[in-house]
Ligand binder design. Structure first.
Ligand code: GAP
Length: 465
């Protein structure tokens, strides 16, 4: 049985812990919030940075064949015509005629067990919707009266650099995915670095989508971050490289982020976009079921062919040894930071013990923990304890995120650190003043041991902090 089942992780518990402990806040909450947008609080931003750093290390730092990039959010509007987003990046929408809530048709169908997806044409999905609408109720008001299914474009428009009143006729788009920046910079990377096929370009950055339904917390938001890697290959090696990438990405979740294999599964796309050779999702077992965490796609030569056509620039690749000139094929790995954070929180969440001794603890792998070490003076009103604890805190902060806490009893301070997943707590007590040792308490076992202050660095180093 997976750890999650024993602990009964629910979205209510995760959302409440995130708000209470400063991982995630609803955006602009003092104004009533802003639908499908969230802010990362002090611990959320640490967790997010740790996840992104692990991804970068795994996808760029240890890969001599992959380089990094940070392209701008705004791109030439033709980019989005070439990519197909202006004409085809849409979700099927219906409106409840009673309460006017707008809903995603494929999600309503999925809820009653009818397969449909956003890649179907408006006609196809409207037909399936009208055949099944009698079994569907509006989740907001219970009405069964809906408008027909219509496709709604997800690109977010802006008037950046356009000072006319009719700017929305020629908008600048906020990017709907980060990978387009990789495709349009691919030639620059080729010309300015020593990469040779097969090679990859990776980047982490914000993307924006006018998602119709905002639900499931940070799982589906209108502003989100993606971690994407596009790997440029020959047509002949596309599918073998694709299989290698699939395994490499699976290992990231199990070996680097420490997710339980039982909480992950593959989902093969049956209904592919016309240019794709194969597409798989890695799904995670969220509290609302197995859902897409990451997409891994074999995209053929579609992207560079389209940008060649629309930009008029030759984006072919010339093999320096054979002289062969060809359009590279692309395989991609694409995952949202928010979905990874949510998966990491669900994986780490544990409730232990009963009554007085019960606790909630986030058992993150140490490298993901927002705070690595918390330092406490036993008593707040004893200056010599506070000064010693401060000294230890100041000696640790240059190398890791630490927290100083002198509030409340020690038990409560431990519980607070457990809830944010801090691996170690260091307490300075009266013995410290005599023998220069401190109590180090382990998060997972709650075991305590005395460690000499001069040996703390080595102790944490031994635990890979
Ligand atoms: N370049 C390919 C691409 O963008 P996608 O399946 O549309 O493919 C890739 O998105 C990943 O981005 C998803 O697997 C998910 O992790 C994340 N993602 C997509 N839309 C999202 C949203 N509205 N909110 C949060 N994450 C999202």
């Amino acid at each position: 049985m997976s750890k999650k089942a024993e602990n009964v992780v629910t979205m209510e518990k995760i959302v409440s812990l995130c708000k209470r402990r400063g991982f995630v806040y609803p955006s602009s909450e003092i104004y009533g919030g802003f639908a499908a947008i969230y802010d990362m609080g002090p611990y959320g931003v640490e967790l997010s940075t740790n996840i992104k750093n692990e991804w970068w290390k795994y996808m760029v730092q240890i890969r001599p064949d992959i380089v990094g990039l940070d392209s701008a959010i705004f791109m030439h509007p033709r980019t989005w015509e070439a990519s197909g987003h202006v004409s085809g990046f849409s979700d099927p929408l219906t409106e409840c005629k009673k309460c006017h809530t707008r809903l995603r048709v494929d999600h309503l169908l999925e809820d009653i067990g009818v397969a449909a997806d956003e890649k179907m044409s408006e006609k196809e999905i409207d037909k399936i919707f009208s055949e099944n609408v009698k079994n569907i109720k509006c989740p907001n008001c219970g009405s069964k009266d809906f408008s027909g299914a219509k496709k709604f474009n997800l690109l977010v428009k802006s008037n950046l650099g356009n000072f006319t009143e009719n700017w929305d006729k020629e908008p600048a788009y906020l990017r709907g995915e980060t990978c387009q920046g990789i495709y349009v910079d691919y030639k620059n990377v080729l010309d300015s670095t020593r990469v040779k096929i097969p090679f990859g370009i990776a980047q982490i950055g914000k993307a924006f989508r006018n998602e119709i339904t905002a639900r499931q917390f940070i799982f589906r938001t209108r502003e989100f971050e993606q971690m994407e890697m596009q790997y440029f290959v020959t047509e002949a090696t596309e599918m073998t490289e694709y299989e290698k990438l699939k395994k490499y990405r699976w290992d990231f979740y199990t070996k680097v982020l420490g997710f339980d294999e039982k909480d992950l599964k593959w989902h093969k796309h049956e209904n592919l976009v016309f240019y794709a050779k194969e597409a798989y999702d890695i799904e995670f077992n969220y509290p609302f079921g197995f859902k897409e965490l990451e997409g891994i796609h074999a995209r053929g030569d579609y992207d560079l062919t389209q940008h060649t056509k629309f930009s008029g620039q030759d984006l072919t690749y010339t093999d320096q040894t054979t002289g062969d000139k060809f359009m590279p094929h692309i395989i991609e790995s694409s995952v949202g930071v928010g979905r990874t954070i949510l998966a990491a929180l669900c994986s780490a969440y544990c409730e232990e013990g009963e009554g007085e001794s019960s606790r909630t603890v986030l058992k993150f792998p140490y490298k993901l923990a927002p705070i690595k070490v918390a330092v406490f003076p036993l008593l707040k009103n004893k200056p010599e304890l506070v000064a010693k604890a401060r000294e230890i805190f100041d000696s640790l902060t240059p190398s890791m995120m630490c927290e100083f806490d002198d509030n409340g009893n020690i038990g409560k301070r431990y519980r607070r650190q457990d809830e944010i997943g801090t691996p170690f707590c260091v307490t300075v007590d009266f013995d410290t003043l005599d023998d220069d040792t401190v109590t180090v308490r382990h998060r997972d076992t709650m075991k305590q041991e005395r460690v000499k202050i001069v040996e703390l660095d080595g102790f944490f180093h031994k635990h890979n902090l």
